[in-house]
Design a protein around this ligand. Structure first.
Ligand code: UFG
Length: 323
């Protein structure tokens, strides 16, 4: 079982990826400071609790496990918070990644899969968005992720550190076996908030904007199942181990669903109404974000399985209803 290091391995996408890695025959070593991650989500390998920005800690982890590759999820992810506190985002996401890369170099670990985001594109000029779309992030979160992508290209050019950047659209759903799910605190994402409202565990949903230029006036997003994201990471690690590197791929289904469609899907899946109110548009939200994922399909042989929004919402519902 080849050891791979998974930063943010106790987080939402990181933990699902650890499960997929274990199933594919790797040993995932989760590195997580547990600021937002959960110890209970680490089930498929050891947990090393610490910070990617702590060089001495990272050196010890590399020396102990000798990983053949790194999957790098650890990051702060809240767009609004990144606007209010950019120092936190550039410090943790950008400076933390530089420390991680330096520790990798010192340990002669030369392959990394990076958790990037659709936010690197900013306000889309057209949808679906392909990788060749201009990169113009509109907030510090997106800029922090783009800076890391640029750093990775420079590291490859200078030191031969092979990297694959995976730009996720809207990660959604939960492990179909019910072993893992989405637990952010605070929660800002649509599906858990809508499900929580239907369960009576959260206040009525606020739908941010009903006056977008979309069929029903609410914003369109490309919701991609977290298990499909996890599968793409396994394929990316294998591609790096085969010697390919320095690429960036979108991960999405290619289908846009509106906020209203999500509310309807929660209703259909659960039989419960989602109480909601309309609220003004949220600052920085684009009307439509839909991926072209043809690159990932061609290069990685990736094919998302949970492409139907009802199936995605059903896995999220099962997880939250059981909590
Ligand atoms: N929304 C609501 N009410 C809510 C929460 C969200 O109406 O209470 C709407 C948003 O306005 C948006 C859609 O639901 O139209 C999805 O919102 P999310 O907050 O779930 O996700 P985002 O599209 O804002 O963000 C996602 C990732 C970010 C990433 C971004 C890329 O979560 O990490 O895509 O642009 F930066």
């Amino acid at each position: 079982m080849l050891p791979v290091l998974v930063t943010g391995g106790a987080g939402y996408i990181g933990s699902h990826t650890c499960k997929a890695l274990a199933r594919a025959g790797f040993t995932p070593i989760a590195v997580d400071n547990l600021v937002h991650g959960h110890g209970w989500a680490v089930k498929w390998g050891p947990l090393e609790q610490g910070d990617i920005g702590d060089r001495a800690f990272m050196d010890r982890v590399f020396a102990r496990y000798r990983p053949v590759a790194v999957l790098h999820f650890a990051a702060f992810i809240a767009v609004g918070e990144s606007v209010a506190d950019p120092q936190k985002y550039y410090g943790n996401n950008v400076a933390g990644t530089l420390t991680l890369l330096s520790a990798m170099r010192a340990a002669a670990c030369e392959r990394i899969v990076f958790s990037s985001t659709a936010a690197v594109y900013g306000e889309p000029m057209q949808v679906p968005i392909a990788e060749a779309h201009p990169l113009a992030p509109v907030n510090p979160y997106g800029r922090s992720k783009l800076m890391i992508e640029q750093m990775l290209r420079d590291f490859d050019h200078a030191y031969g550190t092979g990297s694959i950047c995976l730009r996720y659209f809207n990660a959604a759903g939960a492990d179909p076996d019910g072993e893992l799910g989405e637990e952010h605190d605070p929660e800002t994402h649509l599906i858990p908030l809508a499900v929580g409202a239907a369960l009576g565990k959260r206040p009525p949903l606020k739908i941010f904007g009903d006056d977008y230029d979309t069929p029903d006036g609410t914003a369109l997003r490309d919701y991609i199942h977290v298990t499909d994201l996890a599968g793409a990471h396994v394929l990316a690690v294998k591609r790096l181990l085969d010697g390919e590197c320095s690429e960036a791929y979108n991960l999405g289904t290619g289908t846009g669903n509106s906020v209203r469609e999500i509310v309807d899907a929660v209703h259909r899946v659960s039989g419960k109404e989602v109480p909601y109110d309309f609220a003004p548009r949220r600052e920085g939200d684009a009307a439509r974000l839909v991926a072209s994922a043809e690159g990932a399909k061609a290069a990685l042989g990736w094919q998302p399985k949970y492409t139907d929004i009802e199936t995605i919402v059903k896995t999220a519902w099962r997880w939250h209803a059981a909590r």
